[in-house]
Write a protein that binds this ligand. Structure first.
Ligand SMILES: *[C@@H]1O[C@H](CO)[C@@H](O)[C@H](O)[C@H]1NC(C)=O
Ligand SMILES: *[C@@H]1O[C@H](CO)[C@@H](O)[C@H](O)[C@H]1NC(C)=O
Ligand SMILES: *[C@@H]1O[C@H](CO)[C@@H](O)[C@H](O)[C@H]1NC(C)=O
Ligand SMILES: *[C@@H]1O[C@H](CO)[C@@H](O)[C@H](O)[C@H]1NC(C)=O
Ligand SMILES: *[C@@H]1O[C@H](CO)[C@@H](O)[C@H](O)[C@H]1NC(C)=O
Ligand SMILES: *[C@@H]1O[C@H](CO)[C@@H](O)[C@H](O)[C@H]1NC(C)=O
Length: 725
């Protein structure tokens, strides 16, 4: 049934659809072979004599030899936690299990396919895994693109760290499933999978390399096989099957906002009156509504807020098409409670099954939507000539089937104003926004809040964001830590495990900026030319007191960090009175002429150690009335959190000789040895041993490897004999 209610309060389209949404659990198409067939065992016995096919079996390579397939160690209960279509022909599915990632790529081609990771999104230096199916044989290799050669062809790695689990073709697709360690510890050619925003590369072509060859130059059409890079967060909680409730859609859309034609940010506020709901509802999913395909070029952020109260002022605003938020500063409005926020590049956000955001029209009647439009795309110059209007917005999926917990959304970070200064020409500027102990102590419930998803928000030059957590002068593991921010992909990520934050904890949003491209200083502010440092945290149970927990460097900290001791407050414009060498200079001149090159370090130290104004804002505070402002200082952390090292398996002493070995191999990389490193069912035992290595040890352990295999063969043989009898 589809019910549409046009609310004509505000020429707004607040549309309520009724519809059903059912879970779309991925069903795996993998045909499983539970137990080895008799033929399998015979083959194993033959192999025992000729040795040549053991390695492939033991490395869990499924290959089709003579019409049967062996599935070893394929977890048939694997349900993919995540599915993404990288383009119309390339689907990526993955699941993270402990310290492994299991992937499947399904590509509409019968040629070769590949998936890659790269630090920046460029092909140079990428870690690539490639495979193809040729005459029933699966070929599969761990490769890399050289960082300093001209060619974009992925070359086979000396260290093979990806494990093929299955590979086959159907009438239309090539399907390859494999796994790898999150950190393979191959620091030469592999890129660790971390909590960072990963840059995913992918490639495919309709041809296979001839005769299974893997040497340089063997991949046909490699330049055109590459597709455009995409950003993804791989380590995230999956939500397959968690969206089974019957839902309705609530749409909040702008009504024809004229877009800005220069590079300024237009911040638009529009009000909606909610249609009365019978009872409390839960928002369990939200997603952007794009007016047209152009919208994505202009739409930066869309945020929904609850407004407290229901006065005539709100009633009047809800009749209007909206206005620039800037104009509303004088009004005594209290629209501070975040409902949802979206950033460019984000897909829909789906709540985990135990939690939903509560919407209750008996307490909240008005909603404000804040939309940030800006045109950062130079190609859009031509559109300046035409008048363009946009009616994009946000769609909430709500249900009456209430979930166990009520979610809340709060913002932690630096209050966006000019006190937040980012010097130009620096590769690493650190800024911190504090949510201080007093705020969490007075406003968090006694049992604390559980943060289950976060979204970081910096504008154009942010490179790293962390949400750090302090308890009793001790630093706990960060709630989120992303060391490779993509400004165009800052999405809510569901944390693998909710992080508990207690009253009295301090939360610090720490942002690192790379300002090497900037000639002038960058100040904090809401527009994209300015910068911000915020982390949005979705948590439960919802508390009403704290919606914004920000800080802002105090004026004295700002002045000290610029080497200023006293300002003459009676002058206009304000000029510096001390130290003597700066006497008479305006603040602006000081900002413009500061010697960042030589004095950056002093500036950075003073800003990180200086006092700041802490601001805890609650649902009742209006824009001009911050409920609590404290002067506070950075915490004295006695125990700083250090991330555990993942690559302890590698004996440090062997690193040097290993590396030189690897370089030798690289230089002769078109000889037979590298051919042999390819894990296809044809490679002989000795060839494979020559270069492949077990996942935790290194290539230099050939004798040990051999004895391991020997041991495994024996065990397997005994196992199969037992099954037979
Ligand atoms: C890369 O290309 C440049 C010119 O395009 C050439 O001079 C150089 O030799 C090439 N380097 C390699 C490693 O092929
Ligand atoms: C081939 O496999 C892909 C991926 O599993 C699937 O989407 C497609 O429908 C299959 N094609 C045929 C013809 O079975
Ligand atoms: C990702 O972050 C979580 C939470 O901080 C942490 O437990 C986990 O070890 C991190 N994983 C990796 C691979 O860094
Ligand atoms: C591929 O193998 C076939 C048969 O084994 C052979 O005739 C052909 O010459 C080979 N092609 C190349 C390019 O090696
Ligand atoms: C600010 O808000 C508080 C309630 O949080 C109220 O008591 C106070 O009068 C307000 N101040 C102004 C100037 O509006
Ligand atoms: C940190 O320690 C210094 C001295 O060690 C002290 O003066 C300062 O007040 C402390 N700051 C806080 C926030 O506890």
């Amino acid at each position: 049934m589809l019910k549409e209610l046009m609310l004509d309060y505000s020429r707004a389209k607040l549309i309520l659809h009724e519809f059903e949404e059912r879970s779309s659990t991925m069903k795996l198409s993998l045909k499983s072979v539970k137990m080895a067939s008799f033929a399998n065992i015979l083959t194993l016995l033959k192999c025992w004599i000729f040795l040549s096919c053991y390695v492939t079996h033991l490395k869990m390579v499924e290959s089709r030899i003579g019409g049967f397939s062996a599935h070893l160690d394929i977890d048939e209960t694997t349900i993919w936690d995540h599915t993404v279509n990288l383009d119309d022909n390339f689907r990526l599915l993955w699941t993270i299990k402990e310290n492994y990632a299991i992937f499947e790529i399904q590509v509409r081609t019968h040629g070769y396919v590949g998936l890659g990771f790269s630090p920046t999104g460029s092909k140079e230096g990428a870690d690539v895994v490639m495979g193809w199916v040729d005459k029933g044989q699966t070929f599969f290799q761990d490769r890399h693109v050289s960082a300093n050669k001209n060619s974009t062809e992925p070359l086979v790695d000396p260290s093979q760290d990806y494990v093929l689990l299955s590979g086959y073709e159907n009438n239309t697709h090539t399907i390859i499933r494999f796994r790898r360690k999150l950190d393979t510890c191959d620091n030469l050619y592999d890129i660790p999978i971390t909590n960072n925003t990963m840059r995913i590369l992918f490639l495919y072509d309709e041809n296979d390399p001839l005769n299974g060859s893997v040497g340089p130059g063997s991949l046909p059409n490699v330049d055109s096989a590459w597709r455009s890079a995409q950003s993804l967060v791989l380590i995230e909680r999956g939500v397959q099957g968690s969206n089974a409730e019957k839902t309705r859609k609530l749409e909040f859309r702008n009504s024809g906002v004229e877009l800005p034609y220069d590079d300024d940010t237009l911040i638009w506020c529009k009000f909606f009156k909610l249609d009365k709901m019978e009872r409390k509802n839960h928002v369990i999913k939200f997603e952007p509504i794009f007016d047209s395909t152009w919208s994505l070029q202009y739409l930066q952020y869309v945020t929904l807020y609850e407004c407290a109260g229901s006065g005539p002022e709100l009633e009047a605003l809800a009749h209007e098409p909206g206005q620039q938020c800037y104009n509303m500063r004088g009004m005594q409005l209290s629209c501070n409670t975040y409902i949802a926020t979206w950033s460019r590049g984000s897909p829909a956000f789906i709540y985990p099954p135990e939690v939903g955001y509560p919407l209750d029209t008996s307490t909240v009647k008005f909603i404000m939507m804040e939309t940030h439009y800006n045109n950062l795309n130079i190609d859009f110059e031509q559109f300046k000539l035409n008048h363009m209007f946009d009616s994009s917005g946000l769609r909430l999926h709500v249900t009456e089937q209430l979930r166990q917990n009520d979610a809340g959304l709060m913002s932690i970070g630096i209050e966006p104003n000019w006190h937040h200064i980012i010097p130009p020409g620096q590769a690493r500027v650190v800024s911190q926004g504090h949510c201080i102990e007093q705020c969490t102590k007075s406003f968090f419930p006694r049992e604390g809040v559980n943060i289950f998803a976060t979204m970081t928000r910096t504008h154009q030059i942010g490179v790293e964001v962390k949400l750090r957590q302090m308890r009793n002068m001790q630093e706990l593991a960060p709630i989120v830590s992303d060391g490779n921010i993509d400004p165009n992909y800052q999405t809510f990520r569901r944390l693998p495990h909710a992080a508990r934050s207690l009253p009295g904890d301090r939360l610090i949003a720490e942002c690192v900026y790379d300002s090497t491209t900037r000639r002038a200083i960058t100040l904090g502010g809401p527009s994209m030319k300015e910068e911000s440092c915020m982390v949005f945290a979705l948590y439960y149970p919802k508390q009403k007191q704290l919606t914004t927990c920000h800080s802002s460097p105090s004026l004295s900290t700002v002045l000290h960090s610029l080497g200023i001791e006293y300002l003459n407050a009676n002058s206009d414009p304000v000029v510096i009175s001390l130290p003597p060498e700066l006497k008479g200079m305006t603040l602006e001149t000081r900002l413009l002429t500061y010697d960042w090159e030589n004095q950056f370090k002093a500036f950075q130290d003073l800003t990180l150690k200086g006092a700041f104004k802490a601001q805890c804002q609650n649902e009742e505070s209006s824009v001009s009335n911050i409920s609590s402002t404290f002067i506070s200082w950075p915490a004295n952390i006695t125990e700083v959190f250090e991330a555990p090292k993942l690559c302890t398996m590698k004996p440090p002493s062997s690193t040097k000789s290993e590396q030189s070995d690897l370089y030798v191999v690289k230089d002769i990389s078109n000889n037979d040895i590298v051919e042999g490193s390819v894990r296809n069912s044809r490679s002989s035992f000795s060839e494979t041993l020559a270069l492949s290595r077990s996942e935790s040890s290194s290539a230099s352990y050939i004798p040990r490897l051999f004895s391991n295999y020997y041991y495994y063969f024996g065990t397997l043989l005994i196992a199969y004999t037992l099954v037979l009898s």
